[in-house]
Design a protein around this ligand. Structure first.
Ligand code: ASP
Ligand code: MG
Length: 426
């Protein structure tokens, strides 16, 4: 008998029919003899709808009240799910985040979990009940207020519960079959991975893959939680996300696992490029520029500086499209002090990243990327690397074709199209 934590995303509990299907899945796990703790998201687009409502009554909703409002979405789904399980003849009890002992800091809308005290959950489990917990929410001890963990926060709830309860596995259910070598909507030949290391998963998520939330993967990595990302709509195995020293459970059962050099290709259309042109090429200018950008709240990703022939240089960097306006405004305001000549805003870029822990030990991984892009006649505008990642910035209109070419070049293409997996991942 194991203790299994399961998380169901909004798309898995979008309506009454879906809730009943999830209830059956939970009951089946219970029938197999396991203890089950479930973290559930709000039904379908509930959180977005509540956010819209809030914005209709107030241009800037009070953060405390916004968390009161948004946390109600998960209370609806948790109670309905518990009812559905009851009517199937099983004991189930739902708990809000605060009842479940999900203690956070006081940052409304982006609270961090600081402690989990699942006393009531243990009691319920000891009494043989299935436990249902509202995802995405917690409680701050100082303010005694309800908090939320940030969009997509139910993944983190599930992982934190799995850590606190020392669960055997944390299953994250959504409408996709697992983690793929690429987004199947961009690359139809993408294949599902049997497993991926948590460090690769973090790089993929940070560079555009949307199946699992970064905070949840980080939490799992820190606390040694085994994640199994899988689909609500099929019983097939999904993808295991392995922390340091963890083994794919299927390997223990005798399956042979190959370790590819490259785990996946991520695509990101969400960045914009800003070029500060004609910057005086003297010490201290980069510091001035990036201090201004940081103060505007923009999150800088890649940076490139050109060689200067004339005593002036161009500095280009990327930021999320949503941050670009603020960064440009801040820079324009300080143009005379910094002494640059002009600003260029380009939001027609795409970022392609290749991620794989095998890069540490294999040479030629970047050469494969550049050869593939060159053969496709695709121009590279920026390059950056980490120990296990290579990223390039391209024209956005080139990104899809480039990603396909590169996916093929690394031998990642599957035999058939993965078109059935085109869910949202939530
Ligand atoms: N319902 C919340 C959201 O939509 C939390 C979650 O789905 O994980 O962001
Ligand atoms: Mg949701």
């Amino acid at each position: 008998m194991a203790l299994i934590v399961q998380k169901y995303g909004g798309s898995s509990v979008a309506d009454a029919e879906s809730i009943k299907r999830v209830a059956k899945r939970i009951v089946d796990t219970r029938r197999a003899g396991h203890d089950v703790v479930v973290a559930v998201s709000a039904m379908g687009d509930t959180t977005d709808e509540l956010l819209e409502l809030a914005n209709e009554v107030a241009p800037i909703p009070a953060p405390r009240e916004l968390d009161m409002l948004l946390s109600s979405g998960e209370r609806i789904s948790m109670a309905l799910l518990a009812m559905a399980i009851h009517s199937m003849g099983f004991e189930a009890r739902s708990f809000t985040g605060s009842q479940a002992g999900m203690i956070t800091d006081s940052q409304h809308g982006a609270a961090r979990i600081v402690d989990v005290t699942p006393v009531r959950l243990r009691e319920a489990l000891d009494e043989g009940a299935i436990v249902i917990v509202a995802g995405f929410q917690g409680f701050n001890r100082d303010t005694r207020d309800i908090t939320t963990l940030g969009r997509g926060g139910s993944d983190t709830t599930a992982v934190a519960l799995a850590a606190a309860l020392d669960a055997d596995v944390c299953e994250i259910y959504s409408d996709v079959d697992g983690i793929f070598t690429a987004d199947p909507r961009v690359i139809p030949k993408a294949q599902k991975l049997d497993h991926v290391s948590s460090e690769e998963m973090l790089e993929l998520a940070a560079n555009g893959a949307k199946v699992l939330y970064i905070r949840a993967v980080e939490y799992a990595r820190r606390h040694g939680v085994l994640i199994h990302a899988r689909s609500t709509f099929s019983s097939a195995e999904g993808t295991y996300v392995l922390g340091e020293g963890m083994k794919n459970p299927r390997e223990a059962e005798g399956a042979v696992m190959e370790e590819p050099i490259v785990a996946g290709v991520a695509t990101d259309f969400s960045q914009a490029k800003i070029t500060v042109a004609g910057v005086p090429d003297v010490p201290g200018k980069a510091a001035e520029i990036f201090k201004i950008v940081a103060k505007s709240g923009a999150n800088v990703d890649m940076i490139v500086q050109n060689v200067s022939a004339t005593g002036r240089t161009d500095i280009s960097f990327t930021v999320p499209k949503a941050d670009a306006a603020a960064a440009l405004k801040a820079l324009a305001g300080d143009q005379t002090e910094v002494g640059f000549q002009n600003l260029i805003h380009d939001d027609q870029i795409g970022k392609l990243s290749v991620v794989g822990a095998g890069m540490r030990t294999h040479s030629g991984v970047s050469a494969t990327l550049f050869e593939a892009l060159s053969a496709g006649g695709i121009n590279i505008e920026m390059i950056s690397t980490s120990e296990i990642r290579i990223s390039v910035v391209l024209r956005d209109t080139d990104l899809t074709e480039a990603a396909r070419t590169v996916h093929t070049a690394y031998g990642l293409d599957g035999d058939s199209d993965a078109t059935v997996h085109a869910g949202t991942g939530r």
